[in-house]
Design a protein around this ligand. Structure first.
Ligand code: SF4
Length: 540
């Protein structure tokens, strides 16, 4: 080493700022970059090499670039992708669905799909059906990657044998888990085919799929395919298929595609958001007010029932699956009731309600998509608390359910409700946002406060990834529902106490951020169980 080089080397040891370059190139994680830069500098010291600040910067930059694993784009011909154009046309019965947990996209969606295929198959001409020998279902993408943990094969088989999600006895699904070798006759015309779990095939997890939750169903005659359909479980229990066109609907009374437009209708007509939603439900679906509320009541009752059922489970109950997770809802509830302070009792009880409904989801029992199965503890916790604790009149909770639906519709319209597309922000984040709108509406908040509460709850879930341990919707999902419920209450508490017009972020901007974050999120964090907690937690 020359004398000049030696001097430079000594200087760099004296001046730490030279060892750690402080110019961080864009597109690079700051922490990772600084660490790499320090390592490069330290390696230079140890090996006696002189490395210029520029060389260190370039080397650290190269080594700090995140491993690129961009999410594959969704096919542009999916209705779920085209949906952002035009007014919101979703209706409440499409949105709130009752079905077996643990996942709207991995159990309710696949079950609806195979039930749909079963019905199509029954309509084939008798001569075709006479040749049929087998029914086969292939699961791809995320359905294959995490389907085992969700019981996707059991849900798919249940639909294939003609069972519907809203009415299936959860004990039937439990029996498929406990006795997996059972066979079932499926009657198609005069022909009876025998099916079993072996007919549900976990296929490729990676590939050029139109949607990460892709599956196919086939009716076979030996090697010949009599009927085949490709389907997509697009989130929240919604399904599409190749060539799908959304059903024709009536125009809404108050067309809106954004919260801004929805609030403008409410404010200019001196209506609440709930009343605007009610008018739209009636006009789009051609229903009476009584019919709309009859459905809303059914969902409210189902939510209350799921919390009650979860709280009534024994304290030492162990949820199905390899995690051997002990149920904690009943314990948390009992202990919360003994807390000295009222506020502690409130937060403890709200958490326990969310845990109760979410544990029911983990058991594969009936839950309500609000908006999904993984997030099925959030809304029921608030509904239960408002009805059982606050003793609010039913009509206020009904209105809250309509306002919450508006939030879910807008998130579906412009972003996603699918963890396979957007991570957990699209499930628990949307659920928490809906729950905040529910509480605000039930407490007679004005439309701006309802928006602000929903915005705040969604904002503080942005970026949340989906990484269920062992592919089971239990960790982090069950506790995450409790946090989603408490955050919803916090969002309402802030929104109802701040000066509403000073809230700087509007709901539409946050939904856009949700959509953009979903797009940018590494696909490992989208319900694949390949990263995050699913990777760092070792089960033994
Ligand atoms: S981590 Fe969140 S999005 Fe993923 S399965 Fe659990 S609740 Fe659903």
């Amino acid at each position: 080493m020359s004398e000049k080089e030696n001097e430079k080397f000594d200087d760099e040891l004296l001046d730490a700022s030279g060892v750690i370059s402080n110019k961080i190139p864009s597109g690079v994680d700051r922490r990772s970059f600084l660490m790499r830069s320090a390592v490069v500098g330290a390696a230079a010291v140890m090996t006696g090499q002189v490395v210029s600040a520029r060389s260190r910067t370039l080397k650290a930059f190269a080594e700090s670039l995140p491993e690129q694993n961009p999410a594959p784009p969704l096919s542009s011909d999916l209705a779920v992708v085209k949906k952002g154009k035009g007014p919101v046309l979703t209706t409440i019965d499409e949105f709130y669905k009752v079905g077996p947990g643990p996942s709207s996209s991995h159990t309710i969606g696949p079950m609806r799909i195979t039930y749909d295929f079963y019905q199509r198959a029954t309509k084939l001409p008798a001569d075709k059906l006479a040749k049929a020998t087998a029914l086969k279902v292939n699961l791809f993408g995320s359905l294959s990657a995490t389907g085992k943990g969700h019981g996707t094969e059991r849900a798919s088989l249940a639909g294939l044998v003609g069972k519907e999600p809203a009415t299936v006895d959860p004990l039937f699904l439990d029996s498929l888990r406990d006795k997996p070798d059972q066979t079932f006759p499926v009657k198609l015309g005069d022909k009876t085919i025998t099916v079993s779990l072996k007919d549900i095939i976990y296929d490729a997890t990676k590939g050029d799929f139109k949607h990460p939750n892709t599956m196919t169903a086939k009716l076979m005659a030996g090697d010949e395919v009599l009927l085949e359909q490709e389907y997509y479980s697009v989130g929240g229990g919604f399904i599409e298929w190749k060539g799908y066109t959304p059903p024709k609907k009536n125009p809404p009374k108050y067309p809106f595609a954004t919260m801004k437009e929805l609030r403008a209708h409410a404010d200019s007509n001196k209506l609440s958001i709930a009343k605007v939603m009610l008018a739209n439900e009636m006009s789009i679906a051609g229903r009476t007010e009584e019919e709309v509320f009859a459905f809303v009541d059914k969902i409210i009752n189902a939510m209350v029932a799921t919390v009650k059922s979860g709280l009534s489970m024994p304290e030492d109950d162990v949820l199905p699956g390899p995690i051997k997770l002990h149920s904690k809802a009943a314990t948390v509830y009992k202990r919360a009731m003994d807390d000295t302070y009222q506020a502690d009792r409130g937060i403890g009880a709200l958490s326990a309600y969310a845990l109760a409904a979410s544990e029911e989801n983990g058991r594969g029992h009936l839950v309500i998509t609000a908006p999904t199965g993984g997030s099925a503890g959030v809304m029921p916790a608030l509904v239960y608390g408002l009805i059982e604790n606050r003793k609010l009149p039913l009509q206020k909770v009904r209105d809250g359910m309509l306002a919450a639906a508006a939030i879910g519709y807008l998130c579906k319209h412009h972003a996603t409700l699918s963890a396979a597309e957007g991570g957990c922000q699209a499930e628990i984040g949307v659920a928490s946002s809906m729950a905040a709108a529910l509480v605000a509406t039930a407490n007679d908040a004005e439309s701006r406060v309802v928006e602000n509460a929903a915005e705040s709850a969604l904002e503080h879930h942005l970026g949340m990834t989906c990484d269920p341990v062992a592919g089971y919707v239990q960790v982090p999902c069950i506790e995450r529902c409790a946090f989603g419920a408490v955050k919803a209450w916090t969002a309402y508490a802030i929104a109802s106490n701040e000066i509403a017009s000073r809230h700087r972020i509007d709901f539409d901007a946050t939904v856009q951020a949700l959509a953009q974050t979903a797009k940018d999120m590494n696909s490992k964090y989208k319900e694949t169980s390949e990263a995050g907690l699913a990777l760092s937690v070792v089960l033994c």
